[in-house]
Ligand binder design. Structure first.
Ligand code: DX5
Ligand code: ZN
Length: 232
């Protein structure tokens, strides 16, 4: 250790201003998807939540919506696959316009192979896990991924409450990434808002997903500004 570059990002450092914001279009108005994507063009990524009604109890949307979003926006399409055996569809999501693909360790017996496949498709590879899954499940693939996503709600629905012990999980993974010198994004998803964003970044997150906090009552631009303000 002792290398300043490897210290965790905290809200008090200049790095805090470089935290990436990834609004989740799950909370957007699908009938106005093009407008909603324009409203978040000052964000860094668009987070795309795909749910199959098997891995999670809810069904959201799939390939055609991703393709439509891709055609409407230059934002990095960050696709969170909440589907069983995602390896069956990695190529399809890559072809539909994903820039990054994130798979759950619980969704396949072959998470390492899935990560390899994503890389072979030329996309950024992410790995994630549910709040009830021991963090140890990440370690075998930690050095091979471009992104680690800590779920701070049980996946399946937007608008849930942030689970407080997620902060400890973020700290642990931040330490592990720093120990191996990984520059992977540490993304956090679920219940992130202007109230807790600063604490989430102080725990070590570099990338915040937010659905309901962005696409709220007064529009996505205002929602994004509130988040950025909270991180100052
Ligand atoms: C939950 C999804 C999240 C969700 C976040 O299963 O993975 O990305 O859209 O929504 P909020 O920010 O409202 O918790
Ligand atoms: Zn998500």
């Amino acid at each position: 250790m002792g290398n300043a570059k490897l210290l965790p990002v905290t809200a008090d450092t200049p790095e805090a201003r470089r935290v990436k914001l990834a609004p989740s279009i799950l909370a957007s108005d699908f009938a106005r998807l093009g407008d909603e994507l324009r409203a978040i063009e000052s964000a860094d990524w668009a987070h795309v939540d795909v749910m199959d009604g098997q891995f999670v109890p809810n069904i959201s949307f799939g390939l055609p919506i991703l393709a439509a979003a891709r055609a409407a926006s230059p934002l990095f399409m960050d696709v969170h696959l909440m589907i069983d055996r995602p390896e069956r569809y990695l190529r399809d999501f890559a072809d539909a316009g994903a820039d990054g693909l994130t798979v759950h360790v619980e969704s396949t017996a072959h998470v390492h192979r899935a990560v390899q496949q994503i890389r072979e498709l030329g996309k950024k590879a992410g790995v994630t896990l549910n709040p009830g899954t021991p963090l140890e499940a990440l370690r075998p693939v930690l050095a091979d991924v471009d992104l680690v996503l800590i779920m701070s709600v049980n996946p399946g629905f937007g608008g849930q409450k942030f689970i407080p012990n997620s902060l400890e999980r973020i700290r642990t993974v931040r330490r592990w990434l720093d120990e191996i010198g990984s520059a992977a994004e540490l993304q956090v998803d679920g219940g992130v808002s202007a109230t807790n964003a600063r604490a989430v970044v102080a725990a070590g997150a570099s990338n915040l997903v937010a659905g309901s906090a962005v696409f709220g009552r007064d529009g996505a631009q205002a929602g994004l500004e509130r988040l950025r303000e909270a991180l100052k």
